[in-house]
Design a protein around this ligand. Sequence first.
Ligand code: ACM
Length: 395
Amino acid sequence: MCCFIGEKVGTVANRDPIRVGVLFSKTGVTSTIGRSQIQGTLLAVDEINQTGGLDGREIIPVCYDARSSPAAYVTLSEQLILQDKVNVIFGCYMSSSRKAVLPIVEKWNKLLFYPTLYEGFEFSNNIIYTGAAPNQNSVQLAEFMTANFGASVYLIGSNYIYPYESNRIISDLVLQRPNSRKLGERYVTLDASEEDFQVIMADIRNKHPDFIFSTVVGDSTASLYRAYAESGLDPKTMPIASLTTSEAEISQMGADVALGHFTAAPYFQSINSEANKHFIERLSKRFGSASVPNMYGEAAYFQMHIYANAFRHAGDDEISRIMPYILGSEFEAPQGRVRIDPANHHTSLYPRIGVANSKGQFTIVREATRQVNPDPYMVTHSLGDWTATLSTLEL
Ligand code: ACM
């Protein structure tokens, strides 16, 4: 019998399930966000499997708890690759964990999808970055805060790489403004208590900046905002501005504590679109009251769909075969249509600025009118370059 290339005669479709690694933190100081990222990932896996999987092949997520520990990320990413035989890992929140996994995926030539905003200034052939780069959140936040509150800033961060680098970028941006000043820069441990922040609040009261820029992450975020609320400072005149505080941290600290503080992010639960309405409904149906939709879960969700669509084209998730179909691919995400930039493996996203309201949500006060392409090395980073892409809704 003659068989032409591409002809399926006599072949049996491959029905083997596809195992993928899911490596976030269900426990430890960043578990609130880790759980959101797991939920977004598993919701997308359910949707893909319920609609025929990857050409009939079911996705099996192999999940480990990295316990908010970079050392555990190293061990478990290697375990996923060497023992579980996955080609692709979806994972990491803190930049310290991504930095820990990066050499592992490079060594074994596997692929990491990373759904978290970060400090930029990185590229790996083995990573797809689906959270915001600094030109998609820091630039907009600096412009907004300096225009509305003034250009003297006090920086507080957790003690690791993302806060150091993100604070450097915000300082550079704010200090472009006339009459700008950096009045303080303090770092705390990842398990900092309310008492630790009370000492810093006393210093802030003395120095009286126009706004506070926070790169505090994890459970201590609630302690920071509580210490602020108890210090008698007023968000109307000296708010906290953040790139990391999402609806999930607000649900930990309480809406009254977060009220009036600002966050810049590509996704807020309050986005008024059909895609977002469906995302929130499905998340709530799948995870009930344990689900608090936020930017981290949304990126985890859409990146799994990007992977699945690329797999369907490639027929495989070996990195050299799937990568051409990931780069340049687009997806109608809850935040809007996103695209993986082939030049740098980061994602075109929609910068937005929200102010926390009495419902524990963000009222969106400014938003991009179109996608902003990622510029992870901040080649273009003058404040003025970006204002035209944002529309003011209300303040
Ligand atoms: C972060 O560490 N990239 C939030």
